[in-house]
Design a protein around this ligand. Sequence first.
Ligand code: ASP
Length: 344
Amino acid sequence: MSKKVSILLIYTGGTIGMIKDYPSGTLKAFNFKKLVSNIRELSQLDCNIKSISFKKPIDSSNMNPKHWASIATIIEKHYDDYDGFVVLQGSDTMSYSSSALSYMLENLRKPVIFTGSQLPIGDLRTDAKENLITSIQIAALQENNHPVIQEVCLYFEYKLYRANRTTKINAEHFEAFTSLNFPPLVESGVHLKINHNYLLKNQKRKKFTVHKTMDTNVAIFKLFPGFSRELLRGILNIPNLKALVLETYGAGNAPTDEWLLADMKEAIKKGLHIVNVTQCSGGSVIMGRYSTSKELKKIQLIDGGDITSEAAITKLMYLLGSGVSHKSFRTIFETSLRGELTQN
Ligand code: ASP
């Protein structure tokens, strides 16, 4: 008889585990272990479930790379004892955390599924139960005694996505996330439909390695019509800034003003990495397609392709934190490390 699959729930905070404080009506964090023990449905699942909670659960707006490292440490510590991990956190910064974890956990061969909810688990109309239960079921899926999912994912409202392809697009709807440049890995209907062709398959022989150093000397600048030279200069001259995500228009376009190109060229010459990422939620940067991006290519902006801003900024933190050399930085950034971009 094969042994029961074990899943570790890691509760970091967020709406899912909150309760309404009466009479004020404000949502506040609750004892998650107590909460989990009150969800009868969990005992019906055919797997062993244990949970571990952040000492002080937080709203995900307060998350930073230290919290990401704490999640990575918990997974590292328990990697051999569990078949899969479900991380519960608030949805607000979930695409950032889960993208970050996708880089931090190298050669992952087990599922790490981030989920949360728009309404607390105790609420009558909650979306938390479906999100939690299906995440656990997907994390527990096995084929020939190996986990089906071997990457960091995000599950919300009937869809499992590759985490580093997602963006939060709605603060009201239960369908809070989208992944416009990569199809869902699993769709939950009457059956779980697994899109096997899209799953990341890690090589067996490579050792699972956890990276916890993230360098936060990075920034994002979203272009808007009318931005001033002073503003751009202010950003490019931030002390210690090492890399910048430039959110450009459409297929990677920017104004053709000479000062703009000259200031960026100068910053790149001084060692700043500038990545061209489109501010559209779907589609890709194609530098050179329009005359408004031809010059950006000439001054050596890094091509972000179809990466999201969330996956780009965390990738910069990870590469800078890993001490990647200046010479190979562009090539490594433009290479898909965890399926975060489409490589031509
Ligand atoms: N503000 C909450 C958080 O991100 C929202 C949620 O739980 O989805 O922690």
